[in-house]
Write a protein that binds this ligand. Sequence first.
Ligand code: FES
Ligand SMILES: [Fe+2]
Length: 352
Amino acid sequence: MCTVSELAQTANSVFGTTLLGVPIVIADLGATSSGRQYGGSGRNLACLVDRCLHRSTRLSAGWVDQCTIRCAYHGWRWAPDGRCVEIPSMPDSTIPSRARIESFDVEERYGLIWVRLRSGADTTIPACPAWDDPGMHIVPGEPYTWPVSAARRVENFTDLSHFAWVHDGSLGRRDLPVPPVPDIERVAGEMRFEYLAPPLDEQQPAALVGMSWYRMPMPATVCIEFEIAGKIGARRHLWMTASPIDDVSCRSFWLIARNDALDESDEEHLRFQALILAEDEPVVRNQVPAAIPVAPGAEISVRTDRVSIEYRRWLGEIRRASHIGAAAIDESVHSPVRRSAEGLALAADTGT
Ligand code: FES
Ligand SMILES: [Fe+2]
């Protein structure tokens, strides 16, 4: 997947990325055509495998022309459904019926372009409650790519016992290393739990610390709602989805939202998130293997890993329900993400 602004900033209205190992090109076709959209944002989008069937140049090196994608090498044009509609060197000849590139469902939501690799899959774009709340001021963050699976990214995002160590002073306290073990519910395809952070000596005004309600739409999205201590009625949200580039890397798309401190600069709030990411990134980058191992006992879990344990349990259920063979699963619990993301994932979105 990608952000709407990334697509808008391209010179040629095409954006190349990778989702679940599949190179894809996302195109904004302009006003008068429509790709295989499965939602109703109004933008005319198309998504194809990013490879021209003539001589294999990436279509993302081409450009949008007459509501199709024009290949840069010999000028063949490809329609939103993947059919070739023009071969400039053979204007009077029939276009081979084999000249059809695989196309995918594509939709804009939350300022992101979402891609579904398997049309008709029983998947939905995860909820982002702040986006539909007119009282919330939305601040989109810059996407970032980390060399771990989407599931590893989600686990880090929802790991309660790392706050004391990785975020000492910003989200947690090293002198209070024992987190609560939350009760976890499954509601409408989401894991949900509550968490109360310990009071900090000096809490930054833009800090997302306090009483928090976690929602985790499976398989790779997290939405946290915070009640800010001492600010009655103040609500802030942190939302992130990890789009699987492949089994060992993902691109995270995220936003923050608040209904308070509206006179404050957004920069301060983004800076706090940048601090948290800078604290997280070294430990996450150093996780080996980059995907969660599925072999029993490969990692040791303890009671305070309750969130991770329940998340892995649900991923395992998804994997088994998807009937993925053992060979395909390999060492990666990312397969459930693959299955669901095949249904729907950010192609930058980062379709991950
Ligand atoms: S490689 Fe695309 S038109 Fe020849
Ligand atoms: Fe963290």
